[in-house]
Structures are given as C-alpha cells and as structure tokens.
Design a binder for this molecule. Structure first.
Ligand code: ADP
Length: 467
C-alpha cells in the first residue's frame, strides 16, 4: 500500500501534543507514517459547511469537520449515545429513540463521507474509530471511494437479542459489511458478530476466515486495545499517593476510577463494598473506597439518574459506618490529572473494576501498570469486562453479585505477598506486551495486508466472464 493513512475519530486533539492512550497511539502512528487525522471540531457552529478546518499539527495533517447544535443533539447525544451505546452495553431497556436521531446520525456520516471523498486518493487507507461512524464506509462507497476502509469498535458488539430492539437492525449489519476490516476488542465480540450475521441469514464464512455478505468480503478480528504501559508505570512513581490522600498509617485504599456511566456497575460496586464493611470484624486497619467518577453525557437522562442513585447509596453506606475520624467512601466527581491518577493506583491495595459490560476497560490495565512489582496490589475485575479475556490472573467477579465482590475484596486484602507478586507479574507482562502501539500496529497490519484472490474470487470472476 502506498497511499496515505487517514484516521477518522470523533474526538481529535486540538493541540500539538496529545495526551491519553488512544490519541497518543494514533498520533505516533501518523507521525511515523505521515497521513491525515480527521475529527469533530469541539466548537459548535450555526451552520455546518462541507469545508474542513485545518488544525495545527506536526509531521501529518489534521482536519476537523464542523458540527451544529442539531448534529450534537441527534448524532452525538442522540443516536450514538442514547441508542447505540445502551444497545451495545446490553441495556436495551435504556434505549431512547427520538425520530430525529437516526436521520441526524446518518446525515452527519454522509456529510463527512462527502468531505472525505473529495480529498481521498484511491490508494489511501481509511481507519475509522468507533460507534460514531458505523455508516461511514457505506457512505464512502456510495461516494465512489474504493480503497481499504477499516473500523475499530471500542465498545462491545451487541448481543443478538438486543439488536432486535433496533429498528434499523438490517442496516446496522450492512454498515459493518461495507468495511474491509472490522476490529473488535475480544474473541467473545467476534463470536457475537459472526453469530449475528449468521442468524440474520446474511453472512457466509469463507475458507480464508473472512465473512462474505452479498458481494463484499471482510475480516472480523479480535484486536484488543492496550495502554501506553511503560509511560504509565513511570508516571506512577512521580508522586507519593499516600501523601496526596493524606492517608493515616492505618488506612488502606481500594480504588475505583470510571466515567460516571451506567455500564460501569457503580451501584453494585458500592453495595459490594458495603457488604464487605458489614462482614468485616473491627480491627486495627481501616479500608476506604476511593471512587473517582466524573459525570459525563449529563444531557442524557439515564446519566442523571445514575448520579442520584450513587449519591444516595454512598450516603447510606457512609451513614452506617462513618466514625469520627474516618469516612469509608470518598467519592470524587472530578477528572484527575493522569500522573495523580497513576500515583493513586499505586498506593491502592485493590483496584476495583466492576463494569456490567465494557468493550475493554483500560482502568484495569492502568492499575496493573502502576503497581510496585515488589509489593503489588490486587486487581478485582468483572468477568463481563472485555479485559477479563486477557487478565485471567485478576480476581474475577460477577458484578451483579455484591457478596461476590465483598468476598473478592476480603481475599485481595488478605492475599499473601508471594501470590500477589505472581499474579501481578503475569498481568504486567501482558499489559506491557499488548500495549497500545502493538494494538495500533496490529490493526494497521491487517488493514494493509495484501489479499491473494481466493478460490471463491476465482469462481466469481469465472462466472462473470461466462455471462
Ligand atoms: P471508557 O472508555 O468507557 O471511559 P475505559 O476504562 O476503557 O472506559 O477508559 C477510561 C479512561 O479514562 C482511562 O484511561 C482512565 O484513566 C480515564 N479516566 C476515567 N476516569 C477518570 C478521571 N476521573 N480522571 C482522569 N481520568 C479518568
């Protein structure tokens, strides 16, 4: 492949040097290869033209498309986050469908496709990130783009039963089929994807592992995302987490870090911690839960509800257990700088990660990277998080079962040093090896892979020649 790499993601860093795992990986890939990064401009405009705004960058191009308030309501808050997000996170009960959402979502994708089609060369390779742009490949094909187009879906592929709740179910599958490569986080996602196509009578598995839908053939692959593990491990030693928290020598910390989202299993986590306190005997040490959960997507109703529920739960648990000099749940609603976060992970005896559904969960990997290998903490991880497929040495729990969470907390706190080291060593090896650069290389490697014509291709062209 000699063309440019074009990355499309909803969020695009505005400054020169981005921070945070995914954007850093994309920045590095583009810096190395050159190319173009396309994303949504964060400032809303009254009328969106079909002209890109050029953003400052070094070594590669960056362009932003403009969005209107209506795009924000129907595309971002609407179809993406009130329909696709709950659908893919196994919460079809939270789907909020408004008549304007679907047309708004498709219209934005079509607009971006027209803009890209005007600047894309036939040899360019387009790599699309996430659920904001599922119709993009189909729209680009309609605009005559013939080059390689890949998708990476960061969130889970929906369960077949949940997809029945989507009026555009058939179209949803056609959107995927317009890509050349569909990257999913886990093997379980791949299995769900293939089964969904099969049960819809749409897909045919080819001998070379690709899925064939109509005339299109595409790869469906598990390519689990990682973090910038080395950088994170370094950052974790830059500050002393115990003094940041002003911890007394008798206090141990359990840490939870999440966006405030109903998929993260936060009420269950609080209940599990509450049960742990109920069953703990009064002793010398005190164990606190430090939950950092800044609100997100507050304009979506389901997000306001979770905030109220958590405040009431933490109030109840603190009410039952608080003492004069100690509050069991410390609940912080703000984002925390990454170096502070890394230091806080490092001093926490347990990383408590309990999503009900999660594409991957990067917090689990960050917690492991931040530990002191000589005296590491214990990762308690939901078996329904994508990360559990790679992180079997964590204490895997059922996030719906508060007693299971309570028992894992107790087990983690009592775990002998040798077992902690063994588990951590195995987890750290994986987190370091399968880091975000390896993920990026693997995705781009698949997308670039030259394809030899298959037996099916030969048969098809023979058939075309004889007609
Ligand atoms: P999601 O992508 O659904 O939010 P992940 O766990 O995969 O979940 O990624 C969350 C990312 O956001 C992690 O890198 C985490 O460190 C970061 N993050 C979450 N909450 C906070 C916070 N309060 N302050 C700073 N960073 C946060």
């Amino acid at each position: 492949m000699t063309g440019r790499l074009i990355v499309v993601s909803n969020r695009i860093p505005m400054g020169d040097v981005p921070s945070g795992g995914l954007v850093v990986a994309i920045h590095e890939a583009l810096s190395e290869r050159g190319g173009l990064w396309i994303g949504a401009h964060p400032d809303v405009v009254d009328e969106a033209t079909e002209e890109f705004a050029d953003l400052p960058s070094n070594g590669y191009e960056k362009k932003a498309f403009r969005i209107t308030e209506e795009d924000h309501q129907t595309h971002y808050l609407g179809y993406a986050n009130s329909v696709l997000w709950p659908l893919c996170h196994h919460r079809a009960d939270l789907l909020a469908m408004e008549p304007s959402y679907f047309p708004g979502y498709v219209a934005l994708n079509e607009r971006v496709a027209r803009m890209i089609a005007r600047i894309a060369e036939p040899e360019d390779m387009i790599w699309v990130q996430d659920y904001h742009f599922l119709p993009l490949a189909q729209a680009l094909r309609k605009e005559g783009v013939t080059g390689r187009i890949g998708l990476f879906l960061h969130i889970p592929f929906p369960h077949a039963g949940d997809l029945d709740a989507l009026s555009e179910r058939e179209l949803f599958l056609d959107w995927f089929a317009a890509f050349d490569m569909v990257g999913l986080q886990t093997q379980a996602d791949v299995a769900r994807c293939l089964e969904t196509f099969r049960s819809a009578g749409k897909g045919e598995m080819m001998l070379d592992g690709r899925l064939k839908v109509g005339k299109r053939k595409f790869d469906v692959l598990s390519l689990p995302i990682g973090i910038d593990a080395e950088r994170f491990a370094e950052m974790a030693t830059e500050h002393d987490g115990r003094s940041l928290l002003n911890l007394s020598p008798r206090e141990d910390i359990i840490i939870g870090v999440d966006r405030l989202d109903y998929s993260k299993g936060l009420p269950g986590r609080f209940r599990g911690f509450g049960r742990f306190l109920d069953m703990s005997e009064e002793g010398d040490r005190r164990v606190s839960l430090l939950q950092i959960a800044p609100p997100t997507r507050e304009d979506v109703a389901a997000y306001a509800e979770i905030r109220d529920e958590l405040e009431s739960l933490s109030g109840k648990i603190n009410g039952a257990h608080t003492e004069l000099d100690w509050t069991p749940i410390r609940y912080i609603h703000r984002p925390v700088p990454r170096d502070t976060l890394a230091a806080l992970y490092r001093v926490s005896r347990i990383g408590l990660v309990t999503p009900l559904a999660d594409g991957m969960n990067l917090v689990a990997k960050e917690y492991v990277a931040a530990q002191d290998p000589e005296d590491p903490g214990v990762l308690v991880l939901s078996r329904t998080a994508g990360a559990a497929e790679q992180m079997e040495e964590a204490l895997l729990i059922n996030p719906y079962d508060a007693d299971d969470i309570a028992r894992a907390i107790a087990r983690g706190l009592a775990m002998p040093l040798e077992e902690r080291r063994e588990r951590h060593k195995a987890l750290l090896e994986g987190v370091m090896r399968d880091n975000v650069s390896a993920w990026c290389e693997a995705c781009l490697g698949w997308l670039e892979r030259p394809r030899r014509p298959t037996h099916e291709d030969a048969q098809q062209s023979q058939a075309q020649e004889t007609t």
